[in-house]
Design a protein around this ligand. Sequence first.
Ligand code: G6P
Length: 612
Amino acid sequence: MCGIIGFVGTTPAVPHLLSGLRKLEYRGYDSAGIAIASPTEPDIVIRKAVGKIANLDQAIASHPLEFEGPIGIGHTRWATHGIPSVQNAHPHLSQDGRFAVVHNGIIENFHDLRKQLRELGFEFRSETDTEVLAHLIQLHRADTLIDSVRAALRLVRGTFGIAVVSSCFPNQIVVARRGSPIVIGANETETIVASDVAPIIPYTNKVTFLDDGDIAVLTPGHFEIRSMENTSVSRSETAVDWDPGAAEKGGFEHFMLKEIFEQPEALENCFRGRLLEEDGTAKLSGLRLDPHDIASFDNLVITACGTSYYAGLHGSYAFEQLAGIPTRIEQAAEFRYRNPILSPNAGVIAISQSGETADTLAAVREAARKGATVLSICNIVGSTIAREAGRGIYLHAGPEIGVASTKAFLCQVAVLNMMALLFGRTRRLSNSEGVHIVHALKKLPDLIRSVLEQKDCIRKIAEKYAGCSNAFYIGRGYMYPAALEGALKLKEISYLHAEGYHAAELKHGPIALLDEKVPVVACAPLVPGHDKTIGNIQECRARKSPVIAIATEGDDSIAAFTEDIIRVPQCSELVAALPVVVAEQLLAYYIARFRGEPIDQPRNLAKSVTVE
Ligand code: G6P
């Protein structure tokens, strides 16, 4: 949520900051800004604009900077305190104009601090919580920038990832972290800092994640990390295996479409080295669990937010079906506050693409506090949830830039299926059952390719329904999470009201909303429960709703009940949701495109939600 960038090197900082901000824009995009410092200039120059980075480009083009400095910070915002406006956009300047701050997170005691600062004569130019930081740093100015920032942060309650430049202390950036990610990379002459890995990759593939309580000084090609108590801190480097082009659109019109089409390859990367055909099981070393540990779990709790939650719902079915372990799924925001009961032998699985979602992270901490074994499923290597859980599995899906999650969902489900297989093989599945599941998983990339080949057919169906205002998605069994995820995709990017419902539940209320203007997307491949779903489709048709069926190739019977059919290949029940979800992704994508919506950056959303 919000993107931070900072550059200190030997060439003008502006192009570095702008290209970094473009890579971070998916984190928030209601306004953006940069601040530039120079060792030879007494001032800091700032440019800001409401809206996307392109508007900031224009603001700089129409009001060129007074000087070109090699040190700068930038920010792309997802508003929490104060509407999107130039005044509220970051960076924020101290009263004397000598310190500029960009910030992710929330300063919880900002009201009190603001009052105290006002009494001392500070005037506020924005409604943000961040501006107090800039004034506090000025107020507590010490002999070094790091000491000034440290003194200010001691007064602050809440969460932050910050970057600070100052014309009093040229040649450096100071960054600090408590609760919001800060990642640093350096090559010989340049040091770059950001709120995630993507903007750093063009400079180096070796990145260092700050821990909570770390504060660091960045100079050209070098950085030093210290603690809030001013002791020296050493953090290990993480090697990132993304190629720099992975965060580019690569000829696709949108990141989302590119990421939909990357899914077969993402699944191949996710499976690589993990499926053991002969033994009919999976090898997931990152879990650091031996068979005895796995056998000792008496229940599992899966926790996550958004799309990751729906992947978790699928996982909860798989764990019960394959491993016979009672498994419940809980929204992370509920888990953290509800004081959930965790037995001593509970395993908690936290799922998060970004590994930074505030509620999921808090759930991880709560589960650890209660003594559960915490396992993570994350995409971002070295992210906070992955590090704090200590044991877990990475998706290896590559960077996901489109705000609406696509390839991460598929890989999350793939990982959960592999885990359920491993747990099942340790507990009750036979070798031949395991081999059958390994085969089903291995086929997935090709099955997904065959769905992608139908994009033109799906686009035609999308065109037909692009003008509607409401839609339902229905399914049962593994198709229930698929229905929820399909509806979420449509809501996120097309702004249509869509609801995912269990196919049988529809008649307990929502069926009252059905008529000829409300299409129903029925997730109806040939899996157990298919005949019952057909019955539910009939109920919708009887209310005149047009039905778009996602059905198995060769299932001719379905044509009698629906006018629009998207075909998915025949596959085993455990993996059948994935081709269905890919069809839903394409449907949502093309509907949003026909409606002319900004697909990669939908209004009001952010890719990584680091506030609760
Ligand atoms: C945001 C994103 C969703 C995502 C959710 C959880 O709301 O817009 O796409 O599913 O956060 O994110 P995570 O990184 O924890 O999977």
